[in-house]
Write a protein that binds this ligand. Structure first.
Ligand code: ZN
Length: 271
């Protein structure tokens, strides 16, 4: 069986954030890639904002089944072209998109899910987070031993947070300070799937140390692997598959027939 090609992308951590650099000396992409590489079903590539083409060339995107995305401070430095490339791959080809932490506010995240309510609550003191499992039937929770798990220290994001209403809710988190958040949610978009998972502020080594978080992300990557379904090859006004002898405007059927030679080639379809 072919391995799932996973690209783990993050924006890089500046020296002005010493706690972050201490938690992730090789950046967050490397920490996530480290545990994903333990799974023989996955072929993992790391990439980051500082690389050519924001680290996401068309060639790399074309060779990515699932993109894991972590961004926080530099959403605006990702070019519109790069964001469009991601969105097109999700919608057309079904590339899975795993959005971590503040990636909801990234350009691609916003284009796929809509704008989150600005001004969501946060607190960065480092507090205990209890992640409650909501959907026991979802593949993303496979192998979790309890119906909740704790993260010793993380950032609080609190409702109302403006997370677009999901197609399915997998986790809700409770924070030691009292707030709650829909912290794990999924959406279908075009041919692709999107999973948002909130844990993982850069100043706390959540990805490198918390086994439950690692299990959820690994499960999610597998679930996000594209379904190899059909790619639509036509859009707009199309010829009828069956005859319509009683059509009210038969000349419009003729009009479509005259355009058939202009039908786009497979793979060039754009939503
Ligand atoms: Zn954060």
């Amino acid at each position: 069986m072919n391995k799932i090609k996973v690209t783990v992308w993050s924006e890089g951590l500046p020296e002005s954030q010493p706690h972050a650099v201490k938690s992730y000396p090789n950046d967050i992409n490397a920490a996530v890639a480290d545990f994903l590489r333990n799974d023989p079903a996955l072929e993992v590539t790391v990439s980051s904002l500082g690389m050519d083409e924001c680290g996401l060339s068309q060639n790399l995107i074309d060779n990515t089944d699932v993109l894991v995305w972590w961004s926080h401070l530099y959403h605006s430095q990702v070019t519109d072209e790069t964001a469009e490339r991601i969105v097109t791959a999700v919608l057309q080809r079904g590339m899975g998109f795993l959005i971590l932490h503040s990636g909801l506010f990234s350009k691609a995240g916003t284009m796929l899910l809509g704008r989150c309510g600005a001004g969501g609550k946060f607190r960065e003191c480092g507090e205990r987070t209890r992640v409650w499992l909501i959907n026991r039937a979802h593949p993303i929770v496979e192998g979790l031993e309890e119906d909740w798990f704790d993260i010793e220290y993380d950032e609080m994001y609190g409702e109302p947070f403006g997370i677009p209403t999901p197609d399915d809710l997998i986790f809700v988190s409770w924070f030691q300070g009292g707030e709650v958040l829909r912290s794990g949610a999924v959406w279908n978009r075009g041919a692709g799937r999107v999973f948002y998972f909130q844990p993982g502020h850069e100043e706390f080594p959540v990805y490198s140390e918390n086994k439950s978080v690692q299990k959820v992300i690994t499960n999610a990557v597998k679930w996000l692997n594209p379904v190899r379904g059909p790619i639509p090859v036509s859009r707009g006004e199309v010829d009828a598959l069956e005859s319509i002898p009683n059509a009210l405007f038969p000349e419009r059927l003729e009009r479509v027939k005259s355009k058939i030679s202009k039908r786009p080639e497979p793979g060039l379809y754009r939503l």
